[in-house]
Design a protein around this ligand. Structure first.
Ligand code: BTN
Length: 252
């Protein structure tokens, strides 16, 4: 089924909906390789049989209840060293859309979406294809818990649980894609500093002492992000350490 979003400039002008597939990100990459998708194409499904999450995890989502989709982007305006700017821009779009529905939403570094008290509401998996020129292709896979109300894991929630009633999923999807596009266009116009500052303002546990694990449990304070997207954490002995993804995890 092909659909078109009317409220955007380029994102979602070509939507491929599948009732079931293994992973929308794998399909989006395949379509692009075959010349069958371009910047702005969205692949979305009601049921993923092999949804992939960060850190090699699987992404579980109750069929038909949630949003599981992937964006095809070609951010040729970014250098390979600027990959994290794309991550920040898309995260801001998702954050803004979620925040329009419910309060207390934060971006948990690098690109999880969490509710202050109730836990994770969604996540993102970005896969970039780099060349000497920069980022040739970015497949941005997004999973948002919308109407699922029970989860097999702790610290996971959904929009419906937080709002206390079911959410009109299609309407939220349109709103979400528009918010992502707005931030992507800002980035394409060079608004890097704005994107970075907004990201830092919405960062979960920034500037407060909290528990982390880098092989050992420690108390630290997030002070910022490096240009490559590493997390800068101050330890209690005053040392400032920059962590790459997978080198540190949050303790709830
Ligand atoms: C995470 O938080 O671990 C990232 C989750 C990303 C899941 C989405 S669902 C749509 C797209 N297709 C996939 O296989 N994964 C992403």
């Amino acid at each position: 089924m092909h659909k078109i979003l009317a409220n955007t400039v380029f994102l979602g002008k070509d939507i491929r909906f599948l009732t079931e597939c293994h992973s929308t990100s794998d399909l989006a990459a395949q379509y692009f390789k075959e010349g069958n998708a371009k910047e702005g194409t969205i692949v979305i499904t009601d049921k993923q049989t092999r949804g992939r999450g960060q850190r090699g995890n699987q992404w579980y989502s109750e069929p038909s209840k949630n949003l599981t989709f992937s964006l095809v982007l070609t951010p040729t305006f970014l250098d390979a060293t600027e990959q994290f700017y794309l991550s920040m821009a898309v995260s801001l779009g998702v954050h803004d859309a979620l925040s329009a529905y419910i309060g207390e939403i934060y971006i948990k570094w690098p690109n999880d979406f969490v509710h202050q008290k109730s836990g994770k509401i969604g996540g993102m998996l970005i896969e970039n294809q780099l060349s000497t020129k920069g980022i040739d292709l970015s497949i941005v896979g997004i999973g948002i818990n919308v109407n699922q109300t029970s989860f097999p894991f702790p610290n996971v929630t959904s929009l419906a649980l937080l709002a206390g009633s079911p959410i009109a999923k299609e309407e939220f999807f349109k709103f979400l894609v528009k918010a992502i596009e707005d931030h992507y266009l800002l980035l394409s116009r060079g608004r890097r500093r704005h994107i970075r500052n907004s990201y830092l303002e919405r960062l979960f546990r920034a500037n407060e002492w909290a528990l982390f694990d880098d092989g050992e449990l420690f108390e630290g304070k997030i002070l910022g992000i490096t240009d490559e997207g590493k997390l800068r954490i101050e330890k209690q002995d005053g040392r400032l350490i920059s962590y790459a993804f997978k080198e540190v995890s949050f303790i709830w």
